[in-house]
Design a protein around this ligand. Sequence first.
Ligand SMILES: Cc1cc2nc3c(=O)[nH]c(=O)nc-3n(C[C@H](O)[C@H](O)[C@H](O)COP(=O)(O)OP(=O)(O)OC[C@H]3O[C@@H](n4cnc5c(N)ncnc54)[C@H](O)[C@@H]3O)c2cc1C
Length: 352
Amino acid sequence: MNKSIVIIGAGLSGLYLGYLLKKAGFTIKIVEANDRIGGRIFTKKTHDTPVELGATWLWKYNKELMALCQELKLTLFEQAMAGEALFEATTASTVQRFKLPANQDISYRIAGGTLALLEQLAAHFSEDELLLNATVKTIKEQGNAIEVITEHSTFIADSVVSTMPPQLLVNSIHFPVALDDELVDVANHCHTWMKDSIKFAVVYKTPFWKKKGLSGTGFSHVGPFTEIYDHSDVAHKRFALMGFLNGNLAAETKAQREVLVKHQLLKFFGDDGENYLSYEEMVWSQAPLTTTATDTYLNPHANNGHPIFQNMYLNGKFIVAGSETSPSYGGYMEGAIYRGHQIALLLKTTFL
Ligand SMILES: Cc1cc2nc3c(=O)[nH]c(=O)nc-3n(C[C@H](O)[C@H](O)[C@H](O)COP(=O)(O)OP(=O)(O)OC[C@H]3O[C@@H](n4cnc5c(N)ncnc54)[C@H](O)[C@@H]3O)c2cc1C
């Protein structure tokens, strides 16, 4: 079979769909604007320690993602929660210790970092099939085919699948023949999961919190961090804490945020807390390949998995995909995999 599919985006959705379609015999090209794969999966290595600035956890009920991890022989390990947690209620109160209830859902992490999943998938493509630094600008029909135009190249395919978050798609790609009005409206009101989050990670020489009987887990109503967790590696050889900052700190500089975080780490963990080896962060509201500046407030997961995403557009040649279009676990990694299966089936039914 010699049907060609261009996939826009080399996040989990794009790489997984490419993996399925290549196995099914399609000719594929994955076109990614960034200089890295992963999209909202962003594992950064600092002091030899992989820290997650994007997606971190999966859960037992993420059945398709769990099965994929097994297929790719990835090792999963439980999020460390043993020990007491910390809670800061107000600026005036001291940080309190408390016991976490035992019956919580177990969260799992991927050994080596979430990026290991993407690297396994990316290993299936040649340099010709997976292109980085190629920003798609325009999508248009051309006779029986469809064209994807970047700054430097034009790719012609039988079908194009976008895995960009729908809101970003309709605000950053030019369609000379306009997309369906209702689709554009739903996409404009489709929430992009975690688009306003700020993640940070601090790497340490030792897991000093364990000696204090702490799990590393903490919650705060004060901030700058609202949640923090142990983020040490699977082998317990590299040690880190990772958490989320209050989203309204996006207006500050990185240096200003770090000063605030350092002060709170001192308050939570004492002198050891502020003696970290490195501070890393990612402000997702400032990531132009995830979200747009024109965003208005949307409820979390609004319009995720909307039925309109099930249709094909531009006379059956264009499909809107990505985790947010999944009717199951939209916005999460599981959604990216679920939707990948749906689209692979749709394209096989259309072309085979
Ligand atoms: C901070 C944070 C924490 C998260 N935590 C979790 C978690 O613990 N568990 C979980 O299940 N999920 C989590 N998520 C959600 C998870 O990351 C996403 O569900 C998943 O990564 C989405 O994958 P995707 O491929 O659909 O979209 P994306 O990862 O957004 O991929 C879209 C790709 O399109 C590319 N692109 C954009 N514009 C263009 C263009 N014009 N031309 C070419 N390429 C373009 C982008 O660069 C990107 O690579 C988290 C997300 C964030 C941001």
